[in-house]
Design a protein around this ligand. Structure first.
Ligand SMILES: [Zn+2]
Length: 133
């Protein structure tokens, strides 16, 4: 297989892993991520950052917001928490480059910005909810 084919296969596997996680089968989805990483490391290719950010780098669970991932924005910093192992990563929302690939993992700047603003609104609602309690 060519490197290009291996990269495509790895990307497919990560897409599949994400779908599988959405369906609730986290064990299987982790296997897909592991396989994708095994392929790409064997071929010594780097996965695009938009794919690398779709799974937890500690436990390899695909990060599905609301299911396996918690997203919060505090002081313009996006905080992603893996709900499976507790891995936390922070992204500065003021730097668009750092947000690349976050937001469902699909390519395209528009979508990322839409997802981002939706997250921010959700965060404000969550904040309001906690204050009224
Ligand atoms: Zn994790």
């Amino acid at each position: 297989m060519t490197k290009r084919a291996i990269l495509e296969r790895s990307e497919e596997l990560i897409d599949l892993a994400y779908q599988t996680a959405l369906e609730g089968n986290l064990d299987l989805s982790r296997k897909y991520v592991k396989l994708a990483l095994a392929y790409s490391s064997k071929a010594r290719i780097k996965l695009p950052v938009s794919y690398k950010r779709r799974f937890c780098r500690v436990c390899l669970t695909p990060l599905v917001p609301g299911l396996t991932e918690r997203r919060r924005i505090r002081s313009k910093i996006l905080i992603r928490t893996c709900l499976v192992c507790g891995w936390i990563r922070r992204y500065d929302t003021r730097d668009a480059k750092k947000l690349k690939g976050i937001g469902g993992g699909r390519r395209g700047k528009d979508r990322e910005e839409r997802v981002h603003s939706r997250d921010e609104r959700g965060d404000k609602q969550a904040l309001k909810g906690s204050q009224s309690r």
